[in-house]
Design a protein around this ligand. Structure first.
Ligand code: GLC
Length: 743
């Protein structure tokens, strides 16, 4: 007998809405009555169906619903799909669920909308270098609007994994190495995706991932073991997950890795203790792609059925693509190895979110073809993508002020990424279309037609391989140029998932090409387009200028040209350290002093025989076309109680000839702790804009909470004693004042 839930639900909703509603949207108890009413109608198979998430394989087979899915949806044994988008396709799938399944429970549609749905923004690591939280939130908000217009309810983003590992390909998806900045960006991205409510049709569920510690794989190899102390986990890697939860993220994704020997997908301490008890997470937990099954490979489960029991009992609610819950959970429950109570809890969490999204009220609220046509790739979205791409571009070197390009200069554009459109949008490109991006060549041609200058273009070499036959044309063009712009980097799929590189230098013959261009004696501007920090010591030393453009998205070519010609004065700063050599990795700014800090006059100190300890470019580093001075750093006084606000000020002056933005940074150092403490930790920043000659006093306000850490007995608190408060343009050029925190 088919109980059509729709009319039943309509009555139920009417009945319940007449009663006083506890709480507001998003508070966990708001829909309890409706959820319990639906749960009471469900068979065990249907409950397990809500805990089952499948891919539609569109990415490989296009929008064809594989036979299996129609049956799963029709039987109510699959409650969510991913890689299913566009109004047409999602409506087709929703029709089956709502009109043909026994209870008509609406499907949830998810997708990896990581840095844009159709309008693609810079890769998130690039965006993070803008330090512009409003712009980052706007980027996520536009991604949500386009995704929602395309029938989607849920994105598997933001990825908030802290990483100190440039060999790891997935650094491109995150926000770099710092927990303070990473937490603020996690918050901004969750809010951009979700907003304050789901009543509208321009917001989607966020999914904070990958919980937890995924960004610290040994040797930088994806999926590899993660082994760290609980203190390091809580001080460095956990904060952005916490920030995402506090920002209201309604779903969390478990990571592939084991953490201290226990796979995240079966880690009860992580999911029940840390996530739900300590941090009051009320949403649902989805696994990563077959990560339940993979606990057998980890050697943590004997077989898939055992893995399913471990996952369910650890607190996992939804099985992504593993089909483990669907195949074995009923048997495990019958054997008393998993309680139906645990399953009911998981299903409640999932149903509650479908209510919060309004899907029971209207399963088709996101399926509006007119809205899809109007919103996706909207001109305003493209403009926003150009603007944040500009803000993400880091000026790393600019000798002789060779940039911005002066009028009348004869320009030689060289390199495999000059004319490239597809690589600009990076990995995790959702429904982005590489060929619709604006390349650097497109941007130069547009500008040349408008401003009446000419330039030459030669590819020079490919991104990979050892062919140098293209050098000749490039060098010939260079001979007649006043300035050479060399655009080099990585292929879009050299960073991202399963894209670790042991050698993080420029691939192929690119560096050799640059060496020959430099040998011409002409000024060479190197524009990097890559998804991770690269080792470029020769280029850093010999190129005239170096611009880190990352993989800048659909409008990337225009943004790069805007910076090169000075329409936008670069303001971005690195959020991940650039090593001189991969042998220095992991290398990060917030390291500790050790008992034998490097001393150039003492060989028995922490050092390399063949390399400095210092990075090529440090965390927080980035230049401008203007210059800034930092003067008169002050602290209000020396001694502070635990309830005082510590106030530090500094005067910033634009001493150059053009307006510019500066990201003023504030760090602290705890000089003596019950455990060893980092040399510096970012605790504040302010992005200011100054006209030439203009000054501004920047004030940082810190409390003892900003000085708290996990002490020797794992209590999170500040300890009395001496601290340095430091301010500066990056994590190395800092002025400091000593203060004391007194009981
Ligand atoms: C992948 C990724 C995860 C993504 C999921 C669905 O393996 O690890 O980030 O959201 O599968 O595509």
């Amino acid at each position: 007998m088919m109980i059509r839930i729709w009319p039943l639900m309509a009555c139920l909703l009417f009945a319940v809405s007449c009663k006083s509603q506890k709480g507001t949207t998003g508070t966990p108890d708001r829909y309890n009555t409706q959820v319990d009413s639906v749960l009471a109608l469900m068979t065990l198979e249907e409950k397990i169906g809500q805990m089952t998430l499948y891919t539609t394989d569109w990415e490989s087979t296009g929008p064809t619903i594989r036979k299996g899915y129609q049956e799963d949806i029709r039987k109510g044994t699959c409650g969510a799909l991913f890689n299913s988008h566009t109004v047409a396709f999602t409506r087709q799938l929703q029709d089956i669920a709502v009109k043909e399944s026994p209870l008509g429970i609406p499907l949830l549609f998810g997708y990896d909308v990581i840095h844009g749905y159709k309008t693609i923004f810079p890769v998130p690591l690039g965006e993070s270098c803008s330090w512009d939280l409003a712009a980052i939130e706007q980027s996520a908000s536009i991604a949500a609007a386009e995704a929602a217009a395309a029938g989607l309810h849920w994105t598997f983003a933001p990825m908030v994994d802290i990483s100190r590992e440039p060999r790891w390909g997935r650094v491109m998806e995150g926000a770099g190495e710092d927990p303070f900045l990473g937490s603020l960006i996690a918050r901004a991205r969750v809010h951009g995706f979700q907003g304050d409510h789901f009543n509208g049709t321009d917001k989607i569920l966020a999914c904070v991932k990958h919980f937890a510690g995924y960004g610290a794989p040994i040797a930088g190899r994806d999926y590899n073991t993660v082994d760290m102390s609980e203190r390091t986990f809580r001080d460095i890697y956990f904060p952005p997950y916490k920030a995402g939860i506090e920002a209201g993220a309604r779903t969390i994704m478990t990571s592939f890795n084991d953490l201290d020997g226990i796979p995240s997908t079966g880690n009860k301490w992580l999911l029940e203790e840390v996530l739900r008890k300590e941090n009051n997470f009320t949403g649902f937990v989805v696994t990563d792609y077959t990560s339940i099954n993979e606990m057998v490979n980890h050697g943590y489960a004997a077989d898939d059925k055992h893995a399913g029991e471990l996952a369910a009992n650890a607190g996992v609610d939804m099985d992504m693509q593993g089909a483990v819950f669907q195949r074995y959970l009923k048997e495990s429950i019958a054997a008393g190895l998993v309680s139906e109570k645990q399953v009911d809890e998981a299903v409640r969490r999932i149903l509650r979110i479908k209510f919060e999204l309004g899907l029971f009220k209207d399963p088709y609220k996101f399926s509006d073809a007119q809205r899809e046509k109007a919103v996706v790739f909207a001109p305003a979205h493209l403009q926003a993508a150009r603007e944040i791409a500009r803000k993400s571009i880091v000026l790393l070197k600019n000798e002789d002020k060779v940039l911005p390009i002066a009028n009348g200069k004869k320009i030689a554009l060289v390199g495999p990424l000059v004319a490239d459109r597809n690589n600009l949008i990076g990995e995790w490109r959702a429904s982005g279309e590489g060929e619709k991006s604006v390349s650097i060549l497109d941007a130069f041609q547009e500008r040349a037609a408008r401003d009446g200058f000419t330039f030459t273009h030669a590819k020079g070499c490919e991104l990979t391989g050892d062919v140098t036959t293209g050098f000749e044309e490039a060098l010939r063009n260079a001979q007649t140029a006043d300035i050479i712009i060399a655009v080099v980097g990585e292929k879009w799929n050299m960073s991202g998932e399963a894209k670790a590189r042991a050698d993080i230098s420029l691939p192929g013959m690119q560096e050799q090409l640059i060496k020959e261009l430099v040998a011409t004696g002409k000024p060479v501007v190197v524009v990097l387009m890559n998804g991770r920090p690269l080792t470029i010591p020769w280029i850093a030393e010999h190129a005239t200028a170096v611009v880190e453009a990352w993989l800048p998205g659909t409008m990337g070519g225009l943004a790069v040209a805007d910076v090169l010609f000075g329409d936008y004065n670069p303001s971005a700063k690195l959020t991940m350290t650039f090593p001189r050599h991969v042998g220095q990795v992991p290398i990060f700014y917030n390291e500790k002093n050790t008992g034998r800090p490097f001393d150039p006059n003492n060989g028995y100190t922490s050092r390399y025989l063949d390399m400095p300890n210092t990075p090529q470019y440090p965390f927080g580093y980035g230049l401008s076309y203007t210059t800034f001075t930092y003067d008169s750093m002050m602290v209000a006084r020396k001694d502070y109680s635990f309830s005082d606000t510590i106030i530090a000020t500094v005067n910033i002056k634009n001493t150059g000839s053009v307006a510019g933005e500066e990201i003023v940074q504030c760090y602290v150092r705890d000089l003596v702790g019950s455990v060893t403490r980092p040399l510096k930790e970012l605790k504040g920043f302010e992005k200011i804009k100054l006209a030439p000659g203009e000054s501004k006093k920047v004030t940082f306000k810190l409390t003892s909470k900003d000085l708290a850490f996990y002490t020797a007995d794992m209590t999170f608190k500040a300890e009395p004693g001496a601290f340095w408060v430091m301010v500066g343009p990056d994590s190395e050029r800092l002025q400091k004042k000593e203060i004391r925190l007194v009981q």
